[in-house]
Design a protein around this ligand. Sequence first.
Ligand SMILES: [Zn+2]
Length: 152
Amino acid sequence: MIPISQANLGEIRKHALDEYPHECCGIIIGFAESKEEDVLFRCTNIQNRLHKMDPKAYPRDARTAYNIEPKELIEVFNQIKSRRMVLKTFYHSHPDHDAYFSNEDKKMALFDGEPTYPDAKYLVVSVYDKVVKDEAWFEWNSQTRSFEKQNH
Ligand SMILES: [Zn+2]
């Protein structure tokens, strides 16, 4: 069983196609205890803006990287706090690349060697030529201290 609804998975695939050939990114939040529906946020990938502003600090553009608009991130965390929700999933796409957890992805998910959101799941969607080819889920494993692919 994949940890999200078919409707949200469909929405993520659609988002990945909409942003192609750039990476899409987004977040799913939900309730830990109740069966109430999760909430999906399509986030803005500001990587092209960062790359243009400072190509030395941000050598990759949005075709091979993503950075979530900070204002949107704040909005998501405000909702989590005010509605007592939890962060469930970070998703992003890999245009013309396979669904693996790249070194860049690991760097984004870690802070000072520790996972920033140890309970969050990470979904990577692979898109080739405007067709969703593959998907993979990754989670932090505290025993091996790495992000490992999950089989759902
Ligand atoms: Zn990635």
